[in-house]
Design a protein around this ligand. Structure first.
Ligand code: SAM
Length: 280
C-alpha cells in the first residue's frame, strides 16, 4: 500500500509556532522533503529530531518530485516542509501535491502557520472576502496587465513581496489603484521586529522613499469601492446616442437620453455625435 505525503507547516519566524501535531508528523515520517535542507536541519535540531532529508525545491522539482513519488508508491511516508509557512502556498509544494493526486497517493495537510493568513487577520482591512495573489510578476508588462485586471477587484488582495522589490511593487500598485487605496504592510510577522503599517498607497510610497525596506513583507490591499468601478466611456455613450438617433431621435434628444442613461455630460456626447456625423 502506498504511503502518505504530509504537508507540514513550519514557523514563519517564531519557533514556538510549530504545532504539536506538526512535530509528531515529522517524528513519524520515514523521510522529510525540504526546500532548503540547511534551514530544515536547524529546525529539526531545535526539535531534537533526526530524520533522513531529501531536497525538493523550485530548481530540482522535475527530478526530485518523481523520486519522492516512487518512494511513496513503495509504501514510505514523507513529510514535506518548506523554508517557512505552509507547503504548497507560493512554493513548489504545489507541484508535488498535484503529482501525488495524479497517482492516487494520499496527501494530508496539517494546519499551521501561513504568512498570508497571519497578515490578513492583523491587517484591519475587510477579511470576509479576499483573494491571494502571491508574488506579482517581475516583468513590467505582465505586472501591468495583471494589476489592470485587479483594478476593480472588490475583495481584499494579498501579495507577497521580497524587500528588494518592495519600492517597485508599491509604485506599481499606486499606479494601478491610485494613491488613496488603503494598504497594510505586514513586516517580519511573528519575529522580534514585527511591524504593521496601515497606510494608503501614496503614504506607503512616500514612507519607503525615506526608509529602506527590511525583512519579509506581506501586503494587504483593500479591494475597490463602488467609485473605482469603471463607468461608461464617452465613446460608449456616443455610440448609444448614435443608435438612438438612428432609431429616429434628433441629435440633441439622443444626446440628452444617452446622458441620462450613462451619467456623462450631454454636451460632450452631443459634440461626439457631431464629430462623427458625415460632412454635409
Ligand atoms: N509558504 C509560505 C507561507 O505559507 O506563507 C510562503 C512562502 S513564500 C516563498 C515567502 C514569502 O512569504 C515571503 O517573500 C514573504 O512575502 C512571506 N513571508 C514569509 N514569512 C514572513 C514573515 N515572517 N513576515 C512577513 N512575510 C513573510
Amino acid at each position: 500500500m502506498a504511503g502518505t505525503l504530509y504537508l507540514v507547516p513550519t514557523p514563519i519566524g517564531n519557533l514556538g509556532d510549530i504545532s504539536y501535531r506538526a512535530v509528531q508528523t515529522l517524528a513519524q515520517a520515514d523521510f522529510i522533503a525540504a526546500e532548503d535542507t540547511r534551514v530544515s536541519l536547524r529546525l529539526l535540531n531545535h526539535l531534537e529530531l533526526k530524520k533522513p532529508l531529501v531536497s525538493y525545491h523550485e530548481h530540482n522539482k522535475q527530478e526530485s518530485g518523481p523520486r519522492i513519488l516512487e518512494r511513496l508508491l513503495g509504501g514510505e511516508s514523507c513529510a514535506l516542509v518548506t523554508d517557512a509557512g505552509s507547503p504548497a502556498i507560493s512554493d513548489p509544494g504545489e507541484d508535488l501535491v498535484r503529482l501525488c493526486a495524479e497517482h492516487a497517493v494520499a496527501v494530508c495537510a496539517i494546519p499551521g502557520p501561513c504568512a498570508a493568513i497571519t497578515a490578513l487577520s492583523v491587517s484591519a482591512l475587510p477579511t470576509r472576502r479576499f483573494c491571494f495573489e502571491g508574488f506579482l510578476p517581475a516583468k513590467g508588462k505582465e505586472r501591468r496587465t495583471l494589476l489592470a485586471a485587479l483594478k476593480t477587484e472588490r475583495r481584499t488582495m494579498i501579495f507577497y513581496e521580497a524587500p528588494h522589490r518592495l519600492q517597485d511593487t508599491l509604485a506599481s500598485l499606486m499606479e494601478a489603484f491610485g494613491p488613496d487605496r488603503p494598504i497594510s504592510l505586514c513586516r517580519e510577522l511573528t519575529k522580534l521586529h514585527e511591524q504593521i503599517l496601515r497606510l494608503t498607497l501614496g503614504e506607503a510610497v512616500a514612507f519607503y522613499e525615506q526608509n529602506d525596506p527590511r525583512g519579509e513583507y506581506v501586503l494587504i490591499v483593500q479591494g475597490a469601492s463602488e467609485q473605482d468601478e469603471p463607468g461608461t466611456s464617452l465613446a460608449d455613450a456616443v455610440a448609444l446616442a448614435k443608435r438612438l438617433e438612428q432609431a429616429g431621435l434628433r441629435k440633441k434628444e439622443a444626446a440628452r437620453q444617452a446622458a441620462e442613461q450613462t451619467g456623462l455630460a450631454k454636451n460632450a456626447i452631443y459634440a461626439g455625435l457631431l464629430a462623427e456625423a458625415p460632412e454635409p
